[in-house]
Design a protein around this ligand. Structure first.
Ligand code: ADP
Length: 491
C-alpha cells in the first residue's frame, strides 16, 4: 500500500500541536480566571449597593402617614454624602408616588410597576436589576422596601454604574489577549526549538544510516544517546547492522570456501587431462588418469550434494517442519547401522549396536537418516582398522538420545568447538584424501536444531570421539517454525 507523504514536516507538526495545547490551556485557564474575578466583582457591587441602600434608609422618616426624605433634593445643593457616587436614588411612597429622585443620567426607566407592587405587597423582599445606559454602560440597581415598625411604607431604589467594573474586566481581557499572543509567540519559537532539539538525534541517525552502504557494514552509528526511545532506536539499528554484517561475512566466507573446494578437484581434473593429452601414452596411464578423474568427480558430486543439502536445510523451519511426521528412531537406527556395518567391516572396524525402544519423535526421515549417516560415516572413517564403533539409542530425561562413539583418532580440544562450522576440517590433507569437505557435521548440527534437539561431542585425542544427539520425544510438544525462527542462518 502506498502511503501519502505527510505534508507537514515533523518539526512544524510537533510545534503546531504544542501551540494548540498551549492555546487551549491558556483559554481554559484565562476564561475560568476571568469568570471568577467577574463573579467576585459583581457580587461585591451588589453587596455595596445593599450597604448604601441601608445607609440611605437612615435618612428616610415616616411621620403621620408621610414619607420624609432628608436628602438634598434642591438642584443647587450638593448631594448628601450618603448618596455620593450613586447614579440612582429614588423613593416611592405606598401609593407609588415619587417622594425623592436623584439621577446622574436622564431617561433611565423606572422599575416596572409590577416590581414596585410586588415589593409593597411583600410578595418580593427586594430585587436587583441591570439597566443599560444610552452610552452602552450598565447600571446595577437595588430595589428594597422601606419599613416603619416592620410595616412597608415605601420603596427605595439605589443604583450605581458598573462602568468601573466593566473597565477592570475590559483591561483584564486585553491583558489576557496580549498575554496569549506573547505566550503563543514564545510557544512557537520555544516549541520549534524544543522540537528541533528532540528531533536532532533522529537527524543524526538518518544521516549516519544513509552513509552506511551495503559494502561497508563495518560502520556503526555509535551515537552516545541516553537510554530512551531514540537511544534504543540507535542501539537497535547498530544491532541490526551488526547481524547483517555477520550474515554477509558468513555468506562471503561460505562462497569463498565453496569455490575453493570446487576449484581444487576441477584443477586436478584439468591438469591430469592436460598432462595425458600432452603426448601419446600407454593405455595403463590413461586408465590411471581416468580413475583419478572419476575419484575427483565423485568428490565434486559429494560436495555439491552437501551444498545442496545445506541450502535446503537453510531454507529454514517454515519449509521443513510442515513435513515432520512421527518417526521411529529404532527402525531408522537399525537400518542405517546394518548398512554401515558392511562398510565398517571392509575397513576392519567392528560396529556394535545397542538399540533400545524409545518411542517416536517428530521429525523428517530423510534428514534424520542424513544426520545418523554422517555421524556413522565419520566414526568409521576416523577409526583405524581394529577399532570399534558403537551406535546406541536410549532415552534420557524425556529425550531420545543417539550416541555414536568410536575408538578412533579423536579430536584435539582446540578443534572441538569448531568442528560444527562449515568447511572446518581438523586435518585438511587427511580429510581431503578421505573426500570430506568439512560440511558433514555442519549439516548434522543444523538438522538437530531444526528438530528441536542438541548435538554435542566429547573426545580424547588418540582414544576416540563420542557424538551425542538429543531429540525431544513426540510426547513433548513438537517444535514450531516460530520457536525455531530465531535460529542463526548457519550453525
Ligand atoms: P568431513 O566431511 O571433512 O569429515 P565433517 O564436518 O564431517 O567434515 O567433520 C569435520 C571435522 O571433524 C573432520 O575434518 C574431522 O577432522 C573431524 N571429525 C569428525 N568426526 C570425527 C570422528 N568421529 N573422529 C575424529 N575426528 C572427527
Amino acid at each position: 500500500m502506498i502511503r501519502r507523504a505527510r505534508r507537514i514536516p515533523a518539526r512544524t507538526g510537533l510545534t503546531l500541536w504544542y501551540m494548540l495545547l498551549l492555546t487551549v490551556s491558556m483559554l481554559a485557564l484565562g476564561g475560568a480566571g476571568l469568570w471568577s474575578i467577574q463573579r467576585v466583582l459583581y457580587t461585591s457591587a451588589d453587596e455595596l449597593l445593599m450597604t448604601r441602600a441601608a445607609a440611605v434608609m437612615t435618612e428616610i422618616d415616616y411621620e403621620r402617614g408621610r414619607l420624609n426624605v432628608e436628602l438634598a433634593s434642591e438642584p443647587d445643593q450638593p448631594p448628601s454624602a450618603l448618596t455620593a457616587g450613586l447614579d440612582i436614588v429614588r423613593v416611592w411612597d405606598r401609593n407609588r408616588r415619587t417622594r425623592f429622585r436623584q439621577e446622574t443620567v436622564q431617561e433611565l426607566p423606572d422599575p416596572a410597576s409590577e416590581t414596585l407592587a410586588a415589593i409593597l405587597s411583600e410578595r418580593d423582599i427586594a430585587t436587583f436589576r441591570t439597566i443599560s445606559k444610552p452610552s452602552g454602560e450598565f447600571i446595577r440597581s437595588y430595589i428594597a422596601p422601606i419599613r416603619d415598625d416592620g410595616r412597608i411604607v415605601g420603596v427605595l431604589e439605589v443604583g450605581r454604574s458598573l462602568g468601573d467594573i466593566e473597565a477592570v474586566l475590559a483591561q483584564l481581557r486585553w491583558l489576557g489577549a496580549a498575554g496569549l499572543v506573547v505566550v503563543l509567540l514564545i510557544g512557537w519559537f520555544g516549541g520549534s526549538f524544543l522540537a528541533a532539539r528532540a528531533l536532532a538525534p533522529v537527524d543524526r541517525i538518518t544521516r549516519a544510516a544513509s552513509e552506511i552502504g551495503a559494502d561497508d557494514l563495518s560502520r556503526r552509528l555509535n551515537l552516545m544517546l541516553p537510554d530512551d526511545e531514540l537511544g534504543r532506536l540507535s542501539a537497535a539499528f547498530d544491532g541490526m547492522i551488526d547481524r547483517l554484517d555477520r550474515a554477509f561475512r558468513r555468506q562471503r566466507q561460505f562462497t569463498a570456501d565453496a569455490s575453493h573446494e570446487l576449484r581444487t578437484p576441477l584443477a586436478i581434473i584439468r591438469s591430469q587431462a592436460e598432462v595425458a593429452l600432452g603426448r601419446q601414452r600407454e593405455p595403463a596411464y590413461y586408465s590411471r588418469v581416468l580413475d583419478s578423474i572419476c575419484e575427483e568427480t565423485e568428490r565434486l558430486e559429494r560436495l555439491t550434494e552437501n551444498l545442496l543439502l545445506l541450502a535446503r536445510v537453510d531454507d529454514g523451519p517454515d519449509d521443513l517442519i510442515p513435513r515432520f511426521e512421527l518417526l521411529d528412531l529404532e527402525d531408522l537406527a537399525l537400518d542405517l547401522g546394518s548398512r554401515m556395518a558392511t562398510r565398517a567391516h571392509e575397513r576392519g572396524v567392528v560396529l556394535d549396536m545397542d538399540i533400545n525402544p524409545v518411542g517416536p519423535i517428530h521429525g523428517q526421515a530423510d534428514w534424520m537418516s542424513q544426520l545418523l549417516l554422517n555421524l556413522l560415516d565419520n566414526a568409521v572413517r576416523y577409526t583405524p582398522a581394529g577399532g570399534r564403533v558403537t551406535l546406541a539409542l536410549t532415552t534420557e530425561g524425556g529425550q531420545a538420545v543417539v550416541r555414536v562413539a568410536d575408538t578412533g583418532i579423536g579430536i584435539a580440544p582446540e578443534h572441538l568447538s569448531r568442528i560444527f562450522e562449515r568447511f572446518y576440517r581438523v586435518d585438511q590433507a587427511r580429510s581431503r584424501a578421505s573426500g570430506g569437505a568439512g560440511l558433514g557435521l555442519a549439516i548434522c548440527a543444523r538438522v538437530t536444531r531444526l528438530h528441536g534437539g542438541h548435538l554435542d561431542v566429547t573426545s580424547t585425542l588418540g582414544e576416540g570421539a563420542t557424538f551425542t544427539v538429543r531429540l525431544p520425544l513426540a510426547s513433548w510438544p513438537a517444535p514450531t517454525p516460530d520457536a525455531l525462527g530465531a535460529l542463526p542462518a548457519t550453525v
